[in-house]
Design a protein around this ligand. Structure first.
Ligand SMILES: C[S@@+](CC[C@H](N)C(=O)[O-])C[C@H]1O[C@@H](n2cnc3c(N)ncnc32)[C@H](O)[C@@H]1O
Length: 287
């Protein structure tokens, strides 16, 4: 059995199927999307049937690796979102949300609309028994930021199912130079906070640059990451060590002007401290 609080090089399917991965409270999986991305080891251009069969296999292995009360989040592009949904249904998983991650960093197109989203399918193993820490991911409501409404809940509101976070641009402190498709820490932060508790095990079978592991460690969760590439594992272990040693700079507030404006508006109205019982508003990523 692999020891937790580490990142390993290997094939996640083989490791899960051979029973070497401990059961997790939260699995976040961001597999290659089969769109020809340039990874160092993995070939991201498979025939449809091969990619489908591969997806079925790793999703089934993840389901087996999930605790009965566990949550399973999958990031996937337009090309295979429908297939992932069908496979999840067939595995008996319970879809709780189909979240759209909308990113603000746009490309220029001439003959069709630019793609600016990724799908985040959120499943649980059990329809009723799972972790959902709503208080930890609340955001300022329009009553607070726009209408200065005294009836506003000082704890804010739950985000809707369209999430706007910037992609990790090349100029961001957060950006690593050695992985082609790094997820933003802010996005993973929300998922880890809402779907796990401190001390829970967070597992990422396609850990890449190590974003999930780094965020989980920072939030006091146990963590386990696997990636096919020895090079990515070597670098992400360093990223993790630097994070734990406090050497890496976090995401700058300046990288997300919309959140910064909302934070300022709430602060101006004296609500920033949020609920005196929980102090949760102060723990929001932009606070
Ligand atoms: C989309 S990237 C993950 C990026 C990651 N979420 C991050 O924030 O950096 C997909 C990763 O899956 C890895 N991979 C592909 N096949 C794998 C397998 N069978 N087992 C483990 N990792 C694999 C690739 O090397 C690549 O780093």
């Amino acid at each position: 059995m692999l020891a937790v609080d580490n990142i390993y090089a290997g094939d996640c399917i083989e490791l899960m199927e051979s029973g070497q991965v401990p059961q997790a409270d939260l699995i976040f999986a961001d597999p290659p999307f089969n769109i020809g991305y340039k990874y160092d080891v993995y070939e991201d251009r498979k025939a449809y049937e091969d990619y489908y069969a591969w997806t079925e296999r790793w999703m089934a292995a993840c389901r087996q690796t999930l605790k009965p009360t566990g949550s399973f989040w999958i990031a996937i592009g337009d090309e295979y979102a429908a297939e992932v949904k069908i496979i999840g249904d067939r595995l008996g998983l319970h879809l709780r949300n189909w979240v759209i991650w909308h990113y603000t960093f746009g490309q220029n197109t001439k003959s069709k609309f630019a793609r600016s989203h990724t799908h985040l399918l959120y499943w649980t193993r059990d329809p009723k028994s799972f972790t959902f820490n709503d208080i930890s991911v609340r955001i300022p409501s329009a009553r607070q930021t726009t209408y200065a409404d005294k009836r506003a809940n000082p704890e804010g509101k739950l985000p809707d199912d369209v999430w706007s976070f910037s992609r990790v641009c090349g100029t961001f402190n957060e950006r690593v130079k050695w992985h082609p498709c790094q997820m933003p820490e802010r996005l993973i932060d929300r998922i880890v906070k809402v779907s796990s508790r401190p001390g829970d095990l967070v597992y990422d079978p396609f850990s890449g640059s190590g974003t999930t592991v780094v965020v989980a460690a920072r939030l006091g969760r146990r963590y386990l990451g696997i990636d096919l590439s020895e090079d990515y594992v070597h670098h992400s272990r360093q990223r993790l060590a630097d994070t734990l040693a406090g050497k890496r700079k976090g995401t700058e507030i300046a990288e997300d002007p919309a959140s910064r404006r909302a934070a300022r508006a709430v602060k101006g109205r004296g609500n920033r401290k949020g609920n005196p019982r929980t102090g949760q508003m102060d723990q929001l990523p932009w606070a």
